[in-house]
Design a protein around this ligand. Structure first.
Ligand code: GLY
Length: 343
């Protein structure tokens, strides 16, 4: 199978994303192109997951998961880089899920005020979304991703062989983002091979990021389904995984757009069909309260001045819609099917 290549056209920070089986073997050629004398490889996978980079390397362990996304982890990595003697003539390589590419990306952005970083994302979520676009961040007790930087990678190698051992919940996580891509520009990816689905999602993201790297406008589209999705994650204490929550948020976005007269009933139904096709949930978790969800959605970063803002489909395609009537939002939430409460 041939690999896909998607270019992210960002001028002097332009880079390519390679998608397909075995593409991690391109690492030495990428390191050579960067002219790096040495590299620090930070990996949440077994040591043999990352090929020999062709230059002297520090190999250090990372842990996937939100718990490890802290400033303390970033400091620990930077201390290891310093002890190894990493300089601005060198580079960093990350290998792992989206939390690893986030935290290692931030360490690369900060160490010596910025070293090139090459991402080898290993989860579907990281391959379709997190590793591309330059958002890096860690969490604070006050919230997720509160400390971060835009730091574009020098190259991304999405080796689909990594997915062979991906646990089922991780597939669901990634498919939440692929399902939402259906409604913001990729069109229908159902029935396509996984590398094609990843490549189409990455191509969409590359085009959007090239237009709005700093999330001031069009990049909001990538948050289709995420306003309710983030609220569900918070309301359930993250028992609903990101992809599942985004899937429910996508169904809700279709229903809300319909209630506001922006799309047909048929298009709203397509949201449920697509989400179900990917094996994702389309029901609100049992026991979540409409008022709590609305309150959480008022804190969404797209909302300004306490109003409710959603990316919604419409006659001119998806767009950010601000100041949506809370009563309409409540009515649509109340009409959503709810998962059965189990003991
Ligand atoms: N994951 C959304 C973004 O990168 O903007």
């Amino acid at each position: 199978m041939t690999a896909h290549r998607v270019d992210v056209p960002l001028g002097e920070r332009a880079y390519s994303v390679h998608i397909g089986p075995g593409v991690r073997q391109r690492l030495p050629e990428v390191v050579e192109r960067l002219g790096a004398r040495r590299v620090a490889i930070v990996s949440a996978r077994p040591p043999d997951a990352v090929p020999d980079p062709g230059v002297p390397a520090l190999r250090t362990r990372a842990n996937d998961g939100e718990q490890a996304k802290t400033l303390a982890t970033v400091e620990g990595l930077c201390r290891e880089f310093a002890a190894f003697g990493l300089t601005r003539a060198d580079a960093v390589v990350s290998c792992g899920g989206g939390t690893t590419t986030d935290v290692v990306g931030l360490a690369a952005a900060l160490y010596h005020r910025g070293l090139p970083v090459v991402h080898l994302p290993t989860s579907l979520l990281a391959q379709v979304d997190a590793s591309v676009g330059g958002k890096t961040a860690v969490n604070l007790p006050a919230g997720k991703n509160l400390v971060g930087a835009y730091w574009q990678p020098a190259e991304v190698l999405c080796d689909t062989d990594f997915l062979a051992t991906l646990p089922e919940p991780e597939w669901t996580n990634g498919y939440g983002e692929i399902a939402r891509a259906h409604f913001i520009g990729t069109g229908d990816l159902r029935g396509r091979a996984v590398p094609d689905q990843i490549a189409a999602s990455v191509a969409l993201k590359a085009a959007i990021v090239a237009e709005d790297e700093r999330d001031a406008g069009r990049r909001h589209l990538l948050n289709y389904g995420h306003t309710l999705g983030h609220a569900i994650e918070l309301a359930t204490g993250f028992r609903r995984r990101h992809g599942e929550a985004v899937a429910v948020g996508t169904v809700f976005a279709g229903r809300l757009a319909r209630a506001l007269g922006r799309i047909t009933g048929e298009r709203a139904l397509e949201h449920t069909e697509v989400v179900r096709h990917y094996g994702l949930p389309d029901t609100l978790p049992a026991g979540v309260d409409t008022d709590e969800l609305i309150s959480l959605m008022r804190s969404d970063k797209k909302a300004t001045g306490g109003g409710l803002a959603f990316v919604l489909d419409g006659p001119a395609g998806p767009e950010l819609v601000r100041d949506v009537d809370p009563a309409t939002v409540a009515a649509v939430l109340d009409a959503m099917p709810s998962a059965v409460l189990t003991a």
